[in-house]
Design a protein around this ligand. Structure first.
Ligand SMILES: Cc1cc2nc3c(=O)[nH]c(=O)nc-3n(C[C@H](O)[C@H](O)[C@H](O)COP(=O)(O)O)c2cc1C
Length: 338
């Protein structure tokens, strides 16, 4: 299935807010929440995408020709590529009635695993969202990363039990989620966590723990102090606080602060294999891509996901070859023009 066909199909069934644009750049959906947009003016999703486009590639083909290898190691598992499907929860609320979270994850999780990557799954105010996400992961040998919201410690403990039962190989927490408009003033409450509380949560997890929603070197250092195995440099696609910088803008300083000491993922507006290359050249170990995987599921189910992964993988390999990087380790910051 061609990716253009996937996008075209998605337009027929993806609900009222997402328009399944050719380029998912945050402009048309701007501030639709519910929906896939961003908070406030909605300009941060647009900025996330735009700032990757300002980073350009330094092509250099004077080198020995070798086979391009994109394999990526994470917590004892080997993946085909250094990109993953990012967590998206409550799909009915944001993308209309076509899929429940269970149906969405039952397509996404195996489709990613079959394409050699893994899916992060989302969480929601409805308790059922995490139950269904972890069930999808357990059906597929634990090949997924559930992402738990920063609820009160009692609720986190209950959700961690679901995570452990699923056999997931790692778990994440979107520590920035309290900024989501539909998560405010709720019971159970969600909100900030101190380093001490995070230490407790990391211990509760018992499996590798990633903290998602890191936007400053200071926060990255606190995450390190809490003992996490990795961070996701993310502003939640602009959905938790308007007027933050883009992730491409803050990534280099965060890499300088904690690079090499933990895994660094980044997300927000990464749309092509060329963008993946740029993120790795700026020092990320791997990336998450969230909204376009939703379009891929709505537009072609498992085949749509396979088509999107194949497209991004091919673009990444092409870019690596054109810059003389034949393995992920060979991608260097002098291969981009800033
Ligand atoms: C509709 C929607 C739901 C989301 N749900 C979650 C979630 O449950 N947990 C989470 O950590 N991030 C969630 N995110 C944020 C994404 O994982 C990601 O950080 C953000 O969209 C930026 O990546 P992108 O530009 O590739 O979409 C959601 C994003 C959208 C658009």
């Amino acid at each position: 299935m061609e990716y253009s066909e996937v996008i075209k199909n998605a337009r027929t069934n993806i609900g009222p807010y997402c328009k399944a644009c050719n380029v998912c750049n945050g402009i048309v959906c701007k501030n639709t929440m519910p929906g896939p947009g961003a908070k406030g003016t909605g300009d941060l999703a647009v900025r996330n995408y735009a700032k990757w486009q300002e980073v350009r590639i330094n092509m250099d083909t004077i080198c020995e020709q070798r086979t391009v290898e994109t394999k990526f190691e994470l917590f004892g598992k080997t993946f085909e590529y250094p990109f993953f499907a990012g967590p998206v929860g409550a799909v009915k609320l944001h993308y209309g009635d076509k899929y429940s979270d269970q149906e969405y994850n039952d397509i996404l999780v195996p489709a990613c695993a079959k394409s050699g990557i893994a899916a992060f799954t989302g969480d929601g105010t409805n308790y059922q969202v995490m139950i269904e996400a972890t069930e999808a992961i357990s059906k597929f040998d634990g090949m997924g990363i559930p992402t738990v919201k920063p609820w009160d410690l009692g609720t986190i403990k209950e959700k961690m039990e679901l995570v452990k039962k699923s056999g997931a190989f790692a778990v994440a927490m979107d520590i920035d989620a309290a900024g989501l408009p539909f998560l405010q003033n709720l019971n159970p409450p969600a909100g900030s966590k101190s380093v001490e509380e995070l230490k407790e949560i990391v211990k509760m997890a018992e499996i590798p723990f990633l903290l998602k929603g890191i936007m400053t070197p200071k926060a990255a250092l606190k995450a390190k102090e809490a003992g996490v195995q990795g961070i996701v440099v993310s502003n939640h696609g602009g959905r938790v606080l308007d007027q933050c910088p883009s992730t491409a803008e803050v990534l280099p300083a965060i890499v300088k602060a904690v690079g090499g000491e933990m895994k660094i993922f980044v997300d927000g507006g990464i749309r092509t294999g060329i963008d993946v290359f740029k993120a790795l050249a700026l020092g990320a170990d791997a990336v998450l891509i969230a909204r376009p995987f939703v379009t891929a599921v709505y537009g072609g189910q498992e085949e749509g996901v396979a088509s999107y992964v194949q497209k991004i993988g091919a673009e990444l390999k092409d870019t690596m070859a054109m810059c003389g990087a034949f393995s992920l380790k060979e991608i260097q910051d002098d291969m981009i023009w800033k």
